[in-house]
Design a protein around this ligand. Structure first.
Ligand SMILES: [Zn+2]
Length: 114
């Protein structure tokens, strides 16, 4: 699965990092993989979120969308919370700064694209 792209994420591990749960079905759904975002952020992402399209970036995509397209009202509270959690996670302190920098870059270079 290494090299597979989901939105802005690229999978950089070739196997699941860890698994949770006692039942086979649940384990698979909670499996995590190492991913690198186009902005340079590396994080462990739940595979089910990648597969379902729920997680498409470290959060910078959502920030771009919020700031450049004014779609905040269409976002679900859950999506917002997920992004907020990632950007305030102490272990990912640099994520927010990355996101802000990348957001500015995208706004000026790709802002007119959707
Ligand atoms: Zn990112």
């Amino acid at each position: 699965m290494k090299g597979v792209v989901f939105g802005r994420w690229t999978v950089i591990s070739d196997k699941f990092l860890r698994e949770y749960g006692s039942q086979e079905k649940r384990r698979r759904r909670r499996a995590y993989v190492n991913c690198e975002c186009v902005c340079g952020t590396v994080a462990e992402v739940a595979f089910i979120e990648l597969e379902s399209g729920h997680s498409r970036s470290c959060g910078c995509l959502l920030i771009d969308t919020l700031t450049t397209h004014g779609l905040s009202k269409t976002l679900t509270y859950k999506s917002w919370l997920a992004m907020k959690t990632r950007c305030t996670n102490p272990t990912l302190q640099e994520t927010k700064e990355y996101c802000e920098q990348i957001e500015e870059t995208y706004r000026t270079t790709l802002g007119e694209q959707k």
